[in-house]
Design a protein around this ligand. Structure first.
Ligand SMILES: *[C@@H]1O[C@H](CO)[C@@H](O)[C@H](O)[C@H]1NC(C)=O
Ligand SMILES: *[C@@H]1O[C@H](CO)[C@@H](O)[C@H](O)[C@H]1NC(C)=O
Ligand SMILES: *[C@@H]1O[C@H](CO)[C@@H](O)[C@H](O)[C@H]1NC(C)=O
Ligand SMILES: *[C@@H]1O[C@H](CO)[C@@H](O)[C@H](O)[C@H]1NC(C)=O
Ligand SMILES: [Ca+2]
Length: 226
């Protein structure tokens, strides 16, 4: 019979009456919407929280990475500095003049022309070099190979004192196994007179000969920095 009341006559006080008159399934629908809404709100706020948590963690990580990156940049810079410092102390790349052989950080000149021992000595000097003084076995081996089949004057003579010495006046220590059999013999049969006071090497063996004989010769020089 209340359904017959005109709309305007519905006062606030009539609503509870109205609601209480709603069928029970309507109540459960409103309640579940409410619950769903608050669940949604909770999960949105949970999500917001976890997003902001992740964001702050991300910021932290980015910060750490930036620190590591700048550390890395610094150490690369440091390393670069140290490499260039050390490489400036490395021996310079060396070069020999054209026509000279580079061997174990020295330059060797094997002349194509022949000259007396004296001229050979002076030619080497005029090229800021020395008629060859052999100092170690390794160098002997090199010269043995290079002197195959051809005599070369060395900076070795006994003319000055009667004792074999190098051209820089350092003593030569006799090693007979480096001489040809029966040498040095100081042979005196040369038609020009005199004996044999200068040493040459041929195929790795030494012999004394008259210093005026014309032979090819070997000069040795320090390499020039490029
Ligand atoms: C919020 O999220 C965490 C982990 O993701 C979960 O264990 C927790 O139950 C959630 N809380 C709510 C109210 O959804
Ligand atoms: C560069 O590295 C060396 C050795 O690791 C260290 O002693 C030096 O302090 C560093 N210099 C700079 C400018 O970081
Ligand atoms: C190079 O020469 C040095 C100095 O004369 C010598 O000690 C060294 O054994 C030589 N090394 C080589 C590989 O020729
Ligand atoms: C003498 O020369 C030989 C042959 O080159 C060499 O093997 C030996 O070590 C040398 N001896 C000395 C004491 O230098
Ligand atoms: Ca001789």
């Amino acid at each position: 019979m209340f359904l017959l009341l005109p709309i305007y006559s519905l006062s606030i006080s009539t609503f509870p009456v109205l609601l209480t008159c709603l069928p029970p399934w309507e109540f459960s629908v409103v309640g579940s919407v409410d619950r769903k809404l608050s669940d949604l709100e909770r999960s949105v706020s949970n999500l917001t929280e976890s997003v902001s948590l992740h964001l702050s963690k991300l910021h932290e990580k980015v910060g750490n990475l930036e620190t590591k990156l700048s550390d890395l940049k610094r150490s690369v810079l440091n390393m670069t500095e140290r490499v260039s410092f050390h490489s400036s102390k490395l021996p310079k790349k060396v070069g020999c003049p054209d026509g000279w052989n580079l061997h174990n950080s020295s330059c060797y000149f094997f002349s194509a022309y022949q000259a007396s021992w004296y001229t050979a000595r002076d030619s080497c000097r005029s090229m800021d070099a020395t008629l060859l003084i052999l100092t170690d076995e390794e160098e002997w081996v090199f010269v043995n190979i290079m002197s195959v089949g051809r005599p070369f004057w060395l900076g070795l003579s006994d003319e000055r004192t009667g004792e074999w010495e190098w051209v820089n006046e350092s003593p030569y220590i006799m090693n007979r196994s480096k001489w040809m059999p029966g040498q040095p013999d100081n042979w005196a049969g040369h038609s020009i007179g005199g004996t044999e006071d200068c040493a040459h090497i041929t195929s790795g063996k030494l012999n004394d000969n008259h210093c005026t004989v014309a032979y090819t010769f070997i000069c040795k020089a320090r390499p020039a920095p490029n």
